[in-house]
Design a protein around this ligand. Structure first.
Ligand SMILES: C[S@@+](CC[C@H](N)C(=O)[O-])C[C@H]1O[C@@H](n2cnc3c(N)ncnc32)[C@H](O)[C@@H]1O
Length: 253
């Protein structure tokens, strides 16, 4: 089967613009969807070349949706490619968009790449991705560029926003309900991957994680004196205070 990179290298249709190192990431994440009746949304159409490539790559069974602020892009609409014109940072537009979209297998944000655009779009559209689906944000190097309102470790950058999601994903393990409550991200993100200039959120409904043991004990386990593990009493207190605690759960089994 032709790879995405091969499709790109031999593309002679409308203009498409991709960083070379993205293809490996796409292939890894998207190959399982080829030929399937999937729903995919791309924010950022430009000359429409990427829509042609996605069609070739995913096949005729894919329903492709795309968003751009430029009304000229409407001309790329066809039977299986629906185009929405509006801004990815306009909340009223996004609410309207959501009401017209099916649940998505894949969402790619390759739009304007400013911090606000990426963050507002994520906050509105992550919920439209289906359980098991993928939300991918491209060109996240703009998080380091002043002209896109980014900046190295700038709190309002998309990269810092995504790093914060890493903490939210781990809220089960953070013993402080006030600073790390279990929220929609905790319960719906199974993984966040950072590649050069791409951030990927894998959506998956999650219950409180737990671990367990099988088999027979065969050594005296080494006890690291630097680890200040909670006593069972402390863990009971935590449990009574309402914070979910996977260690407690393991001990109780
Ligand atoms: C990087 S190009 C898209 C490239 C295309 N996906 C490709 O691979 O060839 C970015 C597109 O985002 C659009 N855009 C810029 N700001 C936007 C916004 N606020 N909302 C939606 N689209 C926007 C631009 O009009 C432009 O067509």
């Amino acid at each position: 089967m032709t790879t995405l990179q091969e499709l790109f290298e031999t593309h002679e249709g409308r203009l498409v613009h991709k960083w070379n190192h993205y293809f490996e990431v796409y292939e890894k994440l998207f190959s399982r969807y080829r030929g399937k009746p999937i729903n995919i949304l791309e924010i950022g159409i430009s000359h429409g070349g990427s829509l042609q490539i996605w069609r070739k790559y995913f096949g005729e069974n894919a329903n492709i949706f795309a968003v751009d602020i430029n009304p000229e892009c409407k001309k790329f609409e066809d039977e299986k490619t629906k185009i929405f014109i509006g801004s990815q940072e306009d909340e009223a537009f996004l609410t309207q968009l959501k009401s017209q979209l099916p649940v998505l297998d894949i969402l790619i944000d390759d739009g304007g790449h400013t911090m606000n655009q990426q963050i507002v779009s994520f906050n509105h559209l992550f919920s439209t991705v289906k359980d098991g689906g993928v939300y991918l944000v491209e060109d996240t190097h703009t998080s380091y560029w002043n002209e896109y309102h980014g900046g190295y470790k700038k709190k309002s950058s998309f990269i810092e926003f995504a790093k914060d999601m890493v903490d939210q994903m781990h809220a089960w393990h953070i013993d402080n309900e006030k600073i790390a409550p279990i929220n929609f991200i905790t319960e719906n993100v199974m993984g966040i991957s950072f590649y050069d200039s791409i951030v990927v959120f894998e959506k998956k409904l999650r219950k409180e994680p737990f671990h367990s043991m099988r088999g027979t004990s065969s050594i005296t386990p080494y006890s690291d004196p630097t680890l200040k593990k909670d006593s069972i009493l402390q863990q009971v207190k935590k449990k009574l205070s309402g914070k979910k605690n996977s260690y407690f759960r393991q001990l109780k089994k």
